[in-house]
Design a protein around this ligand. Structure first.
Ligand SMILES: [Zn+2]
Length: 306
């Protein structure tokens, strides 16, 4: 949290509802125990809420989301936000989200739930990459990644946006770094890290081949091992395994789990990451990162039979 070190003031905005939709802005001095937050501005909104340029440290939504059914645009540009509330990704009608010029280090997988999103502005943050679920935003027409200097690759799923995406801004990222730089770093990393899949495959023997398709004889302990590899930040999987059966019930979040870029089977672990240094996307040649489930899919990918 980047509290203004000189003034030691936290600034926040709360979206709430009392007959109409309201956004109320607060300041609060530190230490919090001795000070109460003071509202300094309040405004009514229907389809657009404008919270830009307010030096906000905190953005919260504190009303049932059904009250914000008409909300299509959220402007949060140029604040000091380091995180965003989970409710934000459950606004079904949201079409335009501007969270540029903040201090965000990552976007959650749940961004894939905003299936109506048409414009996403995340410029001038501290992102390293995007979650693969970005590929589910099939109506996205504008994606602004400008000046996220650490972004050096994009998830391969971003190619799912090809039909809709009209504008992709990548100036000031590392996506356009010279091929040799990106390439050598990544390939050397991949060589160092042994694939978990291969380690598991050695333990499980021949029965392991079937994990990605009709999984039959896989030992449960191995499944747990694989499940434990799912990144808790990226994939909130609720694993209720059925010992007799062969399926994992992924519940409500099933649309958010990562899938194999080749065969689309659910990845119960990170998969084998594959960097395509020259993935063609939007007329540009960008480094794209794919995940595949198995050696078979890896070979298919390497031989270009996507
Ligand atoms: Zn696969």
């Amino acid at each position: 949290m980047s509290i203004d070190s000189l003034n030691l003031v936290e600034r926040s905005v709360v979206l709430w509802h009392l007959q109409v939709c309201m956004a109320t802005f607060y300041t609060q001095n530190y230490p919090k125990e001795t000070s109460k937050r003071k509202p300094y501005q309040s405004m009514q909104f229907t389809d657009t809420v404008y919270c830009s340029h307010e030096k906000l440290n905190v953005f919260t939504i504190s009303a049932p989301l059904r009250y914000f059914d008409n909300l299509t645009t959220i402007q949060l540009e140029d604040n000091q936000l380091t995180w965003l509330p989970g409710e934000l990704w459950h606004l079904p009608r949201l079409q335009k989200l501007n969270i540029g010029r903040n201090a965000l280090a990552e976007l959650p997988a749940d961004i894939g739930l905003l299936v109506g999103l048409k414009e996403l502005y995340v410029h001038e943050n501290q992102l390293v990459t995007l979650p693969s679920q970005i590929g589910q935003l099939v109506h996205l027409g504008v994606l602004d990644l400008t000046n996220n200097t650490a972004i050096s690759f994009l998830p391969g799923e971003i190619t799912c946006l090809s039909p809709s995406l009209r504008r992709l801004w990548i100036e000031g990222t590392s996506l356009l770094a010279s091929r040799t730089d990106t390439n050598s770093t990544w390939l050397s990393q991949q060589r160092k890290v042994p694939s978990l899949f291969n380690l598991c495959a050695q333990q499980a023997g021949s029965s392991f081949d079937s994990i990605s398709s009709k999984n039959t004889g896989l030992p449960l302990s191995l499944l747990y091992l694989l499940m434990s590899e799912i990144d808790p930040l990226n994939d909130t999987v609720t694993a209720t395994s059925q010992t007799g059966g062969n399926r994992m019930d992924l519940g409500r979040t099933s649309s958010l789990v990562r899938r194999c870029s080749m065969c689309q089977s659910i990845l119960y672990y990170r998969g084998i990451p594959l960097l395509e240094p020259h993935g063609q996307f939007g007329g540009q040649s960008l480094p794209l990162l794919y995940h595949v489930c198995s050696q078979t899919c890896k070979n298919r990918w390497l031989h270009g039979t996507k």
